[in-house]
Design a protein around this ligand. Sequence first.
Ligand code: SF4
Length: 289
Amino acid sequence: MRYVGPVYRPPSEADSYLLQVTIGCSHNECTYCAMYRHKDFAARPLPEVLADVEAAGRAYPETRRVFLMDGDAMTLATSRLVPVLDALGRAFPALARVGSYVNAISVLRKSDAELASLRERKLSIGYLGLETGDPVTAARIVKGATVEEEVEAVRRAQAAGLKMSVMVLLGVAGRARWREHAEATADALSRMDPRFVSCLCVTPVPGTPFAAEVERGDVVLPSPEETLDELRVIVERVRLSGAVFRANHASNWLPIGGRLPSDRDRLLATIDAARRGEVPLVPEEWRGL
Ligand code: SF4
């Protein structure tokens, strides 16, 4: 398989065939993100992508899951995505699902009919980084979409039949706005009502504007215990009709997970026990960052 530069995928796509259809991220300005900073955004030439799919079909015909990379495959025109998805269907007879990171603006640029035609071709899960529901924080971290646009994008993708997995960044608002961040994030998630929610802890990556803000003291990161307070507000306040809720990424100080709303009391009890010091947090040196 041919890849340009380092590639990234969500943990749940560990067993998927990774197909690079774009290089980099069409936005590439979120202040905390270092993933594609060194890559100029470009669409990979279609013949090259189709040749990769054919080769993968010969090598791994049993493939059931495919993840489209890099940062936002959905930014490609539907007329460009359709031949790729059709080729995947031909190459992998048992294909069950195709996933991609999605950017809210790219989703909103597509019509309902376009979203439905992608879903018919098995594009069935999208991973969207909400990060925060607080408009002030969203503007500060240069998300490139308003909270309203993020909510609408998730709702429209879900209406077309895609399952949406939404990511949230604990600590990204710093100590100064932690409560506004937590409450507004819970409210935005409630309006999105996605099938999957993942809470990660923000990590200042050297070389990013966010790391520079932390270094200057413009943003003061919460302590591990304070990130639990944020998590608690989100878990207590969010209203979801039925979602898998995870805060067990390598960046989390207290790995927890369950279903919401059914596991709310258990999740809150675990957070409270950790806050009282009865459940140990992950030691700094064990965090897989
Ligand atoms: S949209 Fe995603 S990949 Fe692109 S800069 Fe922001 S966080 Fe990074």
